[in-house]
Design a protein around this ligand. Structure first.
Ligand code: DGP
Length: 151
């Protein structure tokens, strides 16, 4: 069982953006930028190649919609879609997930250095706090609302 299975089961907290029959979207605990989201299939598989075509299409469609909703809800200008597809590609959670990382005006140095840091083995998990969770919940709600409005 992966940590994402535990989030999907409701055993661990997360700031959810979207949930449907096939996937969930919640904010990354260690965000590269504000609103950094993870699109996670409910099916617990490690590699993209293990997903069937309809599920693959679905999670990429949802990732596209999350990117659009980050722009509408948070004012980002564009987004990176990133999949670390295996441990040798810096995958730390063995459960397929698409990172949707928003980009903001003037953020090149900060975001690029954080992406490098994110992909390195130096990454340390952030501590949970009530204030931090509330801030993440507010950000998730803004993306979620924009996603519903653009559906
Ligand atoms: P990757 O390196 O591609 O496997 O990214 C895994 C991401 O998952 C990483 O950016 C941090 C995030 N993450 C790990 N544990 C948790 C957690 O418990 N909650 C949330 N929201 N994100 C997590």
């Amino acid at each position: 069982m992966t940590i994402f299975d535990r989030i999907i089961a409701g055993d661990l907290p997360a700031s959810f953006v979207h949930q449907d029959d096939h996937c969930v979207v919640f904010l990354d605990i260690n965000p590269v930028s504000r609103g950094h989201a993870l699109v996670v299939p409910r099916l617990s598989q490690q590699h993209l190649a293990e997903l069937n075509e309809p599920l693959l299409a679905h999670i990429w469609r949802i990732a596209r919609d999350v990117g659009a909703a980050q722009q509408a809800g948070l004012g980002s200008l564009a987004q990176h879609f990133l999949v670390n597809d295996g441990p040798a590609a810096s995958q730390s959670v063995p459960h397929v997930h698409i990172h949707v990382i928003p980009r903001y005006r003037g953020d090149t140095v900060r975001t690029m250095s954080r992406i490098v840091w994110h992909l390195s083995t130096l990454m340390l998990p952030r501590r949970e706090s009530a204030a931090r969770r509330q801030a993440m919940d507010r950000t998730a709600a803004l993306i979620s609302e924009a996603m519903r409005n653009h559906a």
